[in-house]
Design a protein around this ligand. Structure first.
Ligand code: UD1
Length: 338
């Protein structure tokens, strides 16, 4: 039987573009849907520059149910990796409807069309945000789901619930990958993170400050109950994260999944504090970073890092790159931006 294509929604975004590269390297035929709401069309050239393969690309808004159906009428799809979503936590608090509409409606229409076209495999971008401040570290997949801190976080929880119900009711097989903190860029320097406006996340703010685009980095709080007082996260290289999607996809395609809906933590298993990130960045970039300590950011947790043993065993996947490599790649990427 002719193999179908892999649909990557949000395939021109940060994690999506790196995943498209890994899919193409593994010989998958990829079709990207992206509405360019938070990225640029040039990413397509970056992908081709790395793999030598021009990915098929469709500019489509997943909130348009009719167009989503038409897309599935026109393409034979074997599996879906669903990245397309809005992801700014602060904005989601101000514009909750935008987030529920963007992140939930699109998922519903996608699942509806998949069902109509007998497409049974989906990988969903979830987040460690579903655990809130976990009671125990490292965090396993069995840690309780905490009340969401933001509409953004809530859309990830609801997305998982929707998939659980839909997979139970029919032929769908789903994997939710709960990402810890994705950072870094492709080693080629051809694709990376493209934050629009003032970055909210730590690493783009760090690299932009070092590049002189921002005056000073604010470290949000040094009174956390951690060794140096700053908050701890599990920073994972985006290329390692992209590879986890290939492992999860193959698991579904080969029918190796143990239940209709599975969840995996995707991180390095190692926690780093904000000050450790700064020190490591200064080391790899050979630049002094201008920073000051300010008050905590509302909604931030003290510490989160993953227990990745389930993903290591079941997906046969393990993060291979460390914080130094991730920060060095983020810096190389920053230096290439105009
Ligand atoms: C944030 C979201 C999370 C989302 C993820 C997506 C919040 C509360 N959480 O994670 O739901 O899945 O982004 O990438 O927004 N920091 C500074 N100064 C800065 C920026 C960040 O000190 O200018 C600190 C933060 O306080 C935190 C760490 O750096 O301790 C990482 O922050 P960030 O990159 O924004 O990620 P999260 O907050 O962990």
């Amino acid at each position: 039987m002719e193999k179908g294509k892999i649909l990557v929604t949000g395939g021109l975004g940060f994690i999506g573009s790196h995943t498209v590269v890994e899919l193409q390297k593994e010989g998958f035929d990829v079709v990207i849907i992206d509405d360019l709401s938070n990225t640029r069309i040039e990413v397509l050239e970056g992908i081709e520059g790395i793999t030598g393969i021009q990915a098929e690309y469709v500019n489509l808004d997943l909130k348009n149910k009719v167009q989503v159906q038409a897309f599935f009428d026109q393409h034979k799809i074997e599996g879906v990796i669903h990245f397309a979503a809005s992801k700014a936590v602060g904005e989601s608090v101000e514009k909750p409807l935008k987030y529920y509409e963007n992140n939930i409606s699109s998922l519903l229409y996608l699942l509806d069309s998949m069902n109509d076209h007998k497409v049974t495999n989906i990988i969903f971008s979830s987040s460690c945000t579903v655990y809130g401040q976990a009671d125990e570290l490292p965090i396993t997949e069995n840690a309780p789901i905490k009340l969401a801190e933001s509409p953004y976080g809530n859309t990830k929880q609801i997305g998982e619930e929707v998939l659980k119900d839909v997979s139970k009711a029919g032929d769908l097989n789903a994997v939710a990958l709960r990402y810890f903190n994705p950072i870094g860029a492709h080693s080629s320097g051809q694709i990376g993170e493209l934050p629009l406006g003032v970055p909210q996340n730590l690493i783009p703010f760090v690299t932009q400050t070092a590049a002189g685009i921002r005056k000073e980095l604010s470290v949000f709080g040094d009174d956390y109950p951690t060794d140096d007082g700053t908050a701890i996260r599990d920073y994972i290289h985006v290329v390692d994260l992209a590879k986890a999607h290939i492992c999860a996809l193959k698991r579904l395609i080969d029918g190796k999944n143990k239940s209709k809906m599975e969840f995996f933590n995707i991180g390095t298993g190692k926690g780093s504090s904000v000050l450790e990130v700064i020190k490591t960045f200064e080391k790899v970039s050979k630049k002094d970073l201008n920073y000051k300590i300010v008050a905590r950011r509302e909604g931030d947790i003290t510490a989160a890092y993953a227990d990745t043993s389930l993903a290591n065993k079941e997906l046969n996947w393990k993060a291979e790159l460390g914080l130094e490599e991730a920060l060095a790649s983020a810096w190389q990427w920053q230096l290439k931006q105009k």
